[in-house]
Design a protein around this ligand. Structure first.
Ligand code: GDP
Length: 397
């Protein structure tokens, strides 16, 4: 509620009220203006999923966003998987909820960790993240900086197998290769394969190993001291639950008379959205409801800034070495200008030709006898009266 409205709703004497209204300038509406503009523009978010095949990545993404993003996916058999190299596949979907639009991009990495020899299998993934930074850096330094398409990866969900005793070497390598480039959120996949005590143990083990190997996973920001107690409690629980143990399912089952997303077993039903069964709801809340903006901020202020600083440093060191400007990023062909840019170029061309025509007309007039001895300002003002381009009649006007 704006300050003015708050004053109106209280019983204040008319003089006092007038005084307050005099002091009300109106900048209290700024948050509303920002809100309106953001809603109109819409939001975008890019989420990467990584982990070996069969850990339930696509099922979890579909459960998170209640969409079917993998309609056209071709499933490979075991033999094909061994020979498959890591691929990067992008799926984009526009979601709208209560008038708010979200352009969601899922970057999938099929083939990761599936080979017999997984040395450097994270390379195509780090290259992809760098390419997005590079494109953003290029766009930011380009002509049209207003409408930059942000394809930077804001978060990477990394799936850890529930069948191991902690992190495998490939998990450590992957996270270490990516932790300076992207916000990594590690997940224990298929948590319904473990009993609660096993989940607790595995979580503890993974936390210890993350510390031991110096892996920097995404850190949830500190809760503001003025937040209410309920929010603080939720925040504490969120931090204690990491790494989240998740379950995904694309099927709806009936549990206690209610239809829920879950997995049906002979011994009972595992509900995806039941907080006693897994951390799916915590992950979804964190990703979508509470930390999406922070994930984007960290991407922009920390990971992208690191990349940008490195780029600029390379540029300057190259410059001092070679004593000539050479960009460390390869020069790409210029994009074809859009209609707006074309219009602008045409306008500028016309301006230049008008100036040229005026200049030649002026020189001609200057050389005329009638203007000999005329004050210089009169000669300089003449182009303002000159006819439009195209109607120049050989200086006879
Ligand atoms: P991806 O290759 O990592 O994308 O894995 P998929 O999502 O295709 O899942 C592979 C198989 O695991 C499918 O048969 C899924 O039904 C199953 N699956 C997915 N999520 C879970 C889970 O949370 N628990 C269990 N038990 N199975 C799952």
């Amino acid at each position: 509620m704006s300050t003015a409205m708050r004053y109106k709703s209280k019983l204040v004497n008319p003089e006092e009220k007038q005084d307050h209204e005099k002091q009300y300038v109106g900048f209290a509406t700024l948050p509303n203006q920002v809100h309106r503009k953001s809603v109109k523009k819409g939001f975008d978010f890019t989420l990467m999923v990584a982990g070996e095949s069969g850990l339930g990545k696509s099922t979890l993404v579909n459960s998170l966003f209640l969409t079917d993003l993998y309609k056209d996916r071709k499933l490979l058999n075991a033999e094909e998987r061994i020979n498959q190299t890591v691929e990067i596949i992008k799926h984009t979907v526009d979601i709208e909820e209560k008038g708010v639009k979200l352009k969601l991009t899922i970057v999938d990495t099929p083939g990761f960790g599936d080979a017999v020899n997984n040395t450097e299998c994270w390379k195509p993934i780090t290259d992809y993240i760098d390419q997005q930074f590079e494109q953003y850096f290029r766009d930011e330094s380009g002509l049209n900086r207003k409408n930059i398409q942000d394809n930077r990866v804001h978060c990477c969900l990394y799936f850890i197998s529930p069948f191991g005793h902690g992190l495998r070497p490939v998990d450590v390598e992957f996270m270490k290769a990516l932790h300076e480039k992207v916000n990594i959120v590690p997940l224990i996949a298929k948590a319904d394969c473990l009993i609660p005590s096993e989940i607790r143990k595995l979580k503890e083990r993974i936390r210890e190993e993350i510390d031991k190997f110096g892996i920097k996973v995404y850190q949830f920001p500190e809760c503001d001291s003025d937040e209410d107690e309920e929010f603080k409690q939720q925040d504490r629980e969120l931090k204690e639950s990491a790494p989240f143990a998740v379950i995904g399912s694309n099927t709806v089952v009936e549990a206690k008379g209610q239809r829920v997303r879950g997995r049906l077993y002979p011994w009972g039903i595992v509900e995806v959205e039941n907080q006693a069964h897994c951390d799916f709801v915590k992950l979804r809340n964190m990703l979508i409801r509470t930390h999406m903006h922070d994930l984007k901020d960290v991407t922009c202020d920390v990971h992208y800034e690191n990349y940008r600083a490195q780029c600029i440093q390379q540029m300057t060191s190259k410059l001092t070495q070679d004593n000539r400007i050479e960009s460390p990023i390869p020069i790409l062909p210029l994009p074809t200008p859009d209609t707006e840019t074309e219009k602008l170029i045409k306008m500028k061309d016309e301006e230049v030709s008008t100036i040229c025509a005026c200049a030649s007309w002026m020189l001609e007039l200057e050389s005329r006898e009638s203007l000999q001895g005329c004050p210089i300002e009169v000669v300089l003002r003449l182009p303002l009266l000159c006819p439009p381009v195209g109607s120049w009649g050989g200086g006879q006007g």
